[in-house]
Design a protein around this ligand. Structure first.
Ligand code: PMP
Length: 392
């Protein structure tokens, strides 16, 4: 039976991710992957999981295994509200909801807000997973220009002035894919602009906890609370497989996110939420976070110094103070570089995949440093540099 003809029209917008194909290459024996974007397994707090599990069972008993509120497990929402308060985000526990990863909120935002043809403004480049989440709702994307300090406010203003924008989607801190962070001055300008144009911002913030240098910056949510849906996750600071994200949003949006979630999965795993509540309230996160930073910081430094040492002087690379990615730009077709690089057993993601417009980002690449050790990173960047220099 030709099942393909049964597929909904919206699936035309949902093509298989090219990155998945790249990640298949990565699993080949001997391949060094600078392509993925996943946390290092040694960053998971395995040594405390037995203890946490015992505490959950002792404290919550069968409640941890029962159906629960769609909004989330109350003790976790309470601790998340405190956590957000420390970052300047004022939200009462009932103004915070828990989701199955932060990814689910991106889909829910699309489902609740986007009618086909609505305009969504995104950074160029932007997080591919957001495009994948929103695509089925058939938005038109409008690009906002960025530079080394993140979104360029004048470009955002042009976009807001000339278009009816339904949603703006930004990753302001240690962005995926560039690693770049929007400066404080620009955050203030962006906040003023979204208030002026009565725009709604999704501030996606999975990486700000992974800061290796410099001072933390306030989320844009703190500067324009009524215009911002703040989304974050425990994937990078606990364990991504537990699928725990959270969101603080204006009441109307929050209500719709809950209604959407009810229809999708009723609620996020109660047991996993209880584990997270204990992890955060018991002070485990506070003690474990320095270990995670201690794993990533030297890896990032190894990559930055290898890039300075080996890459051609006319190549740009970002120098993030945290996160999981470095962005490279040079005057070469990185698809061609990619083909040669995998012959030499080094994989990365050509940057073009992170742009919504065809033809953009040809000369860019995203590098990840969380999955390899420092010596391997050094060797891989040297190899990559050799491949690049062969083209020049
Ligand atoms: N947003 C961004 C910018 C990400 O990089 C990721 C993870 N790759 C996510 C959202 C989704 O993370 P999770 O669903 O694990 O919370």
């Amino acid at each position: 039976m030709p099942l393909k003809r049964l597929l909904a029209k919206r699936t035309e917008n949902m093509g298989a991710s090219a990155i998945r194909e790249i990640l298949k290459v990565v699993s080949q024996p001997g391949m060094v992957s600078l392509a993925g974007g996943i946390p290092a397994p040694e960053s998971f707090p395995l040594e405390i999981m037995t203890e946490l599990t015992a505490r959950v069972i002792e404290k919550y008993g069968s409640q941890a295994f029962q159906y629960d509120l769609t909004e989330g497990f109350t003790p976790l929402r309470e601790i998340l509200a405190e956590y957000l308060k420390e970052r300047g985000v004022k939200a009462k526990p009932d103004e915070v909801i828990v989701g199955t990863g932060s990814q689910g909120f991106l889909d829910a935002m699309g489902k609740a807000l986007i009618t086909p043809g609505d305009k969504v403004a995104v950074e160029a480049p932007t997080y591919l997973g957001a495009i994948q989440a929103l695509n089925p709702y058939e938005p038109d994307y409008i690009s906002i220009a960025t530079d080394d300090s993140g979104v360029i406010p004048d470009s955002l203003e042009e976009v807001l002035k000339n278009n009816e924008i339904k949603l703006i989607y930004l990753v302001p801190t240690f962005q995926n894919p560039t690693g770049r962070t929007i400066t404080l001055e620009r955050r203030k300008k962006i906040a003023a602009l979204i208030i002026k144009y009565r725009a709604l911002l999704i501030e996606d913030d999975p990486y700000s906890m992974l800061r290796y240098r410099g001072e933390p910056l306030p989320p844009i949510k703190t500067l324009a609370p009524d215009n911002t849906v703040y989304i974050s996750t425990l994937s990078k600071v606990f364990a991504p497989g537990l699928r725990l994200g959270f969101c603080a949003a204006p009441p109307v949006i929050l209500r719709w996110l809950v209604l959407v979630k009810q229809g999708v999965d009723l609620h996020t795993s109660t047991f996993n939420q209880a584990l997270a509540a204990e992890y955060m309230a018991g002070g485990y996160l506070e003690r474990h976070l320095p270990k995670i930073l201690g794993i990533y910081k030297p890896k990032q430094e190894a990559m930055l110094s290898a890039l300075s040492m080996y890459f051609p002087a006319d190549f740009y690379f970002s120098r993030p103070e945290g996160g999981m990615f470095i962005w490279v730009a040079g005057n070469l077709d990185m698809d061609v570089v990619y083909e040669k690089a995998i012959e030499k057993n080094v994989a990365f993601v050509p940057g073009k995949y992170f742009f919504t417009k065809k033809g953009e980002g040809k000369g860019t690449m995203r590098l990840n440093y969380t999955m390899s050790d420092e010596a391997t990173i050094d060797r891989a960047i040297k190899t990559l540099s050799g491949v690049i220099r062969n083209f020049k």
